[in-house]
Design a protein around this ligand. Structure first.
Ligand code: SF4
Length: 430
């Protein structure tokens, strides 16, 4: 193994708080792989949640693996090394299971790069009994798994909190035979075992038929967490290398009821499920007790959380500062912005997505210009110095007028923002 890469891994570990280290003896070794850089993976709450849940199981040791940086791939090739886990720096082939957590379709190619670098056969059909079982989870596994089907032994379709537990149970309950295990897994709701389906192509392209083999369901049903209060979704490991690495992230629920046409999160995490205020109260108190000073509330649309005012009060009562990942301009209220300002919020983010109201209606994000401008006024009225906005271009039915309306709207917003706040402080940045 390259000493340089080992030192690099140890430097990352030295910066972390909350790393889980477990002895491997007698445990199922699960390599949790994020097919992108350390910084991107560690900013992903879903990845962190699965790491936490797997390590909470006494019979499992879960270690993280990331895509090596480009210069590290060169180093691996130079030294004849292979990618390894962060915690114990073991090669991927030492693990019983490798679970790829895939958030972006652009990372599909990185999954294949990692398998190749690790010396694991790319195609599931070519794997040998001693190879790790290769799994895919994450939002791509339930939005578009099929491109990865030839390379995966198992695809976890849906929310992973319960699924990983059942997966481990089946693995531990098996006799070590790979085929028997795949049969057992194919019968679990939400588990897709691509090898258990015969796919017939149609002349000229496309699919003629997909036929399940014995024991596999004709349709794999997406798994949804029924009781979101049963599982805490919080970041386990804090690191300054991650986006939001300086705060404790806490998910307030899953799904969004708004149904904007372009939004994957609003589609695949349906139905919307909110964690109860009591469950969040308990978690916030625990985080405060453990010495956290700032909390990041995360969810598809946090400002739609029905008890957001009460939740912000709880955060404040626990002496924590607060940050919110996503706010809709049409659900901003005076009380909400005031509470965010009191909680130390320095930048508020809203996403108009399009420059004109017409295009916003087309994409089903029907926020009006008036609501956007009102959001600017609220920001200044409560002394929040910065506002961040998101716009997209290249949307269906878009015209030149829609695109030109983006800078025009930004100008209008700036006019409202460039005023001193009640204490006389100037506006920061849009
Ligand atoms: S409100 Fe936000 S999270 Fe909800 S569907 Fe629209 S873009 Fe997605």
């Amino acid at each position: 193994m390259s000493w340089h890469l080992k030192e690099k891994a140890q430097a990352l570990l030295a910066e972390e708080q909350g790393t889980v280290r477990k002895d491997w003896g007698g445990r199922v070794a699960f390599g949790l792989v994020y097919p992108n850089s350390y910084a991107v993976g560690m900013s992903n709450l879903g990845f962190q949640t699965i790491y936490r849940h797997l390590n909470a199981l006494p019979g499992v040791v879960c270690e993280r693996v990331f895509l090596p940086d480009p210069e590290d791939v060169t180093e691996l090739r130079r030294t004849g090394g292979v990618p390894f886990s962060l915690e114990s720096q073991r090669p991927l082939t030492d693990f019983h299971m490798l679970g790829f957590s895939v958030t972006y379709e652009g990372d599909y190619i990185n999954v294949l790069r990692l398998l190749t670098l690790a010396g694991i056969p790319l195609r599931a059909a070519m794997r040998r009994p001693h190879d790790p079982l290769v799994l895919m989870g994450g939002v791509c596994a339930f939005s578009n798994p099929e491109p990865m089907a030839p390379f995966m032994d198992v695809i976890a379709v849906g929310e992973g909190e319960e699924l990983v537990v059942e997966l481990i149970e089946r693995y531990r309950g098996g006799d070590g035979d790979r085929e028997t295990l795949l049969d057992a897994l194919a019968a679990v709701e939400g588990i897709y075992v691509p090898e258990r389906y015969a796919v017939a192509g149609a002349p000229g392209g496309g699919l003629a038929a997909v036929t399940p083999r014995a024991g596999a369901p004709a349709i794999v049903t997406k798994r949804r967490l029924k009781n979101v209060n049963a599982f805490e979704t919080i970041a386990t490991v804090k690191t300054p290398s991650a986006e939001y690495g300086h705060m404790a992230l806490l998910e307030v629920g899953k799904g969004c009821g708004r149904g904007c046409r372009f939004c994957l999160e609003g589609q695949v995490y349906r139905p919307v499920r909110h964690r109860s205020l009591d469950a969040l109260r308990e978690t916030v108190a625990q985080l405060a007790k453990s010495g956290e000073t700032r909390i990041g509330l995360v969810g598809a649309c946090v400002s739609d959380y029905p008890w957001i005012g009460d939740l912000l009060k709880i955060v404040e009562e626990n002496g924590l500062e607060v940050s919110i990942s996503s706010i809709r301009a049409d659900s901003l209220t005076d009380g909400l912005v005031e509470a965010l300002a009191r909680g130390g919020h320095r930048t508020l983010t809203v996403a108009p997505e399009a420059g004109t109201e017409r295009l916003r209606r087309v994409i089903r994000k029907a926020i009006t210009d008036e609501q956007i401008v009102a959001a600017c006024d609220l920001v200044r009225a409560h002394g929040i110095p910065n506002l961040k906005t998101y716009f997209m271009i290249g949307q269906p039915t878009e015209t030149r007028e829609d695109v030109e309306a983006i800078p025009a709207l930004a100008e209008l917003m700036l006019e409202r923002l460039r005023v001193p706040d009640p204490s006389g402080k100037p506006f920061g940045r849009l």
